[in-house]
Structure formats: structure tokens, C-alpha cells
Design a protein around this ligand. Sequence first.
Ligand code: NI
Length: 238
Amino acid sequence: MRLDHCTWPEVEARLRRHTGILLPVGSTEQHGPTGLLGTDSLTASAVADRVADHVDTLVAPVLPFGVAEHHMAFPGTLALTAETFMAAVGDTLRSLARHGFRRVLVVNGHGGNSAALKTVFATLEPALPDLRCQALNWWMGPRAKALRSTLYGAREGFHATPSEIAVTMALVPGRIHVAVLGEPGRAQSYGDASDYRAKFPDGRMASDPSLATVEDGEKLLMAAVEDVAESYLAFVAA
Ligand code: NI
């Protein structure tokens, strides 16, 4: 059930029987020449919404902005500094804790948020001893990981991956057109935003999103939902 589709008495009633919630976080950033800017937010919120229905829990609205300074040389990217991101996530978690939520599973859609999420959790824990938080990247559970490897192997790459593009194809029909793409950038490291663009000229990191299909996207979504649902149930039971 979506929190933003609930009334406060409904939330109060739910809290009497269950104190867990899902919080999707994403990013608005370039995803190669064919991928949508909202890829990380669309995927994280779709996975979290479906998990919430599956296990009958609440899901908070997605935070659509992440730590994405390195993508700022591509138009449309909207980046938060790590400090702003941590403040926004921290305030959200403090709000949830004040109402009595005790377990928050963050469903993350953007790898660049991971370090900041860890820092927020470590900072909040001493101040809010009843609250426990965990973050999961939706594509890293056992089922999703195995499926990504079977479907795409090394052509999955690291950014604007065929798996995340496939999921958005399933979620936003007709917006992504398969195109034949040249070789992606394959550098091992990068510096600032302009260096990223110099090394990965079309935004992709070693990925081939032209392999993505709607059918793959539906399968990946289902796999990710099963992974995250399993983790959520274990997390709230612990
Ligand atoms: Ni992404």
C-alpha cells in the first residue's frame, strides 16, 4: 500500500500491527543515449510498490534525486550533493521513526547512493536506538543477479545496463526505442563530470542496452520483487 494513498488514521491503524516500511530512493540522471533520465527512480519505485503489495506493507514515496554529480555533463541530470541527499534521507527516516516505524528497508535504484546511505544509517543509529535501516540495490538479489548474468553476461556493463533499461521498457511502454549502438566507454575510472563524459561519451559504462526487451524487463522485475520481498520479511522478523 502506498503511504501517499493512505489517510493518517489508516497509517496509525497499520502501525498498531506492523512497524516496517519500504523507502525507494533513485536518481534523475543520464542513462545512455536510449535510456530514460528517471531509470533509477522508476525501477526502484516499481520494485518497492510491488513488494509492498506482495507482503502487505507500506511504501513511502520515492526520493527521485540522488548523488549523481558525475553525470552532470549530460543534460537533464539533476544531482544532489551527498550532504543534501543524506539530509533528505535522514529527515525522512527521523519522520518515520517519530511515528513509530522501527524497520525501514531502503530499495535503492542508484549505486552512487550506497555510500551516503551507509553513512546516514550509521549516524542515525545511536540517536534512534529503536530504528533499524537497511539498503538493498534492487538488481543485486540472488534471482535478479542470476537472471542478469544469464541474459546479458559481460554486456550488462555498469551503467545504463540492459537490465535496468529492460525494466523501464516494461514500465513505460513505447518510450524506449532499440537502437544499434557503437562501442561503449570501458575506462576503469573517472574524475569529475567532464572527465566522465570524455571517457564515456554517450554515457554508457561498458553496457549494451540494445539487448533490452520488454519481456526481459518483466522477468527482471518479477525476480527483483521476489528477492526484495524475501529480504524484507527476513529483515522485519529479525
Ligand atoms: Ni541506473
